[in-house]
Write a protein of this length. Structure first.
Length: 280
C-alpha cells in the first residue's frame, strides 16, 4: 500500500524527519511518500497560516489520487483541511492530532497536550472538542518554542519540552502526554523514556491508523459530507483548483493544481538527484 504523508508547511527538513519516523513504524509492504507543498507558510502557528497552507495540502491530495495513493496523513497538529481532503480522497485521510488524541484516550484516563506557541493552544482545544476528546484532555500546555526552532542545533527545545511534560503529569492529573507538533516526532521516544509514561506523537499514530483502515479495505464515504466537491469554475489565482465533480476526472487527477504538484515533485527529485529523495 502507498500512504502519502503530507507536511502542509513548506519546510523540507521537517518533511524528511517525519518521513523517517513514519518509515520506522510502517509495516513491510507499506510505502510512505513524504511530501510538502512548495507554496505556503514555512511553519503553521495560527489560523492564517493554516488557511494558506490548505491549498497546497489539497493539491497534494489531488495529486495522490492521480498517483494511486491508498491513504493520507495530514502531518500538522492543527489537522488543516482534513474534511476538504476527505472530499477529494477515496482512501482514508487521518490528521495527526486526531490520531494522537484517540490513541491517548485508550491508553490513559486523561492526557495533556504539550505544544509549541501559546497562540496555538486554542486550536488544540477546538480539535479536542471536535473529536469528542475534551473529556480526556486535561490540559493544553505551550512551551513557546517556535515550530522551526524545535530542531535548531544547540537550542534548549528538548529540555523545555521535557520539563513541560513533567509539569503536565505532576499538575494536570494526566497519565499520558500528546506532543502537539509534527516537528516533535523524533523527540517522542527519549521523552517517554525520561517520563516513564505514555507519550504519543501523531505522525506514527496516524500512519498506523491509516495503514489499518487500508488493510481493512475501508475507504472514505463518497456520499454525504465527504462526497466529491461539486463541479464549478473557480476564479482568479485558484482557478487551477476548480473541481470537476466527476469520479473519472478525479481518477485522472484532474485539475491543474494536482498536475502542478506532481510536476513540482518530479522537478525537486531531479534537483535532488544527488541527495536522498523525499519519497520512500
Ligand atoms: C505542526 N505547525 O505540527 C504545527 C504545530 C503547531 O507547522 N506543524 C506546523 O504549532 O501548531
Amino acid at each position: 500500500m502507498r500512504i502519502k504523508l503530507i507536511n502542509p508547511n513548506t519546510t523540507r527538513r521537517m518533511t524528511e524527519a517525519m518521513g523517517r519516523c513514519a518509515r520506522e513504524v510502517a509495516a513491510p509492504g507499506t510505502e510512505v511518500i513524504a511530501v510538502n507543498p512548495t507554496m505556503g507558510p514555512p511553519s503553521i502557528e495560527g489560523y492564517y497560516d493554516e488557511a494558506l497552507a490548505t491549498p497546497g495540502l489539497l493539491a497534494e491530495v489531488a495529486a495522490g489520487e492521480r498517483e494511486g495513493c491508498d491513504g493520507y496523513v495530514i502531518a500538522c497538529f492543527g489537522d488543516p483541511g482534513l474534511y476538504a481532503a476527505r472530499e477529494l480522497a477515496r482512501g482514508p485521510v487521518i490528521g495527526i492530532a486526531e490520531a494522537a488524541m484517540h490513541a491517548a484516550s485508550v491508553l490513559a484516563p486523561g492526557f495533556s497536550v504539550v505544544t509549541t506557541l501559546a497562540r496555538t493552544c486554542g486550536m488544540a482545544w477546538h480539535l479536542a472538542e471536535r473529536y469528542g476528546m475534551k473529556r480526556f484532555c486535561r490540559n493544553v500546555r505551550a512551551t513557546d518554542v517556535a515550530v522551526l526552532d524545535l530542531d535548531k542545533p544547540g537550542s534548549a527545545a528538548r529540555r523545555i519540552i521535557l520539563d513541560e511534560c513533567r509539569r503536565a503529569l505532576d499538575e494536570d492529573g494526566s497519565d499520558a502526554i500528546v506532543l502537539g507538533c509534527a516537528g516533535m516526532a523524533e523527540l517522542c521516544a527519549e521523552i517517554e523514556d525520561a517520563l516513564g509514561a505514555p507519550v504519543i506523537e501523531g505522525v506514527t499514530a496516524a500512519v498506523k491508523w491509516t495503514e489499518a483502515l487500508v488493510a481493512l479495505r475501508l475507504s472514505t464515504a463518497k456520499r454525504g459530507d465527504y462526497a466529491r466537491p461539486l463541479a464549478k469554475r473557480y476564479d482568479g489565482a485558484l482557478a487551477s483548483f476548480s473541481p470537476t465533480g466527476d469520479d473519472a476526472a478525479a481518477e485522472r487527477g484532474a485539475g491543474q493544481a494536482a498536475r502542478d504538484a506532481t510536476d513540482q515533485h518530479a522537478a525537486l527529485a531531479q534537483d535532488d538527484a544527488g541527495v536522498t529523495r523525499v519519497n520512500a
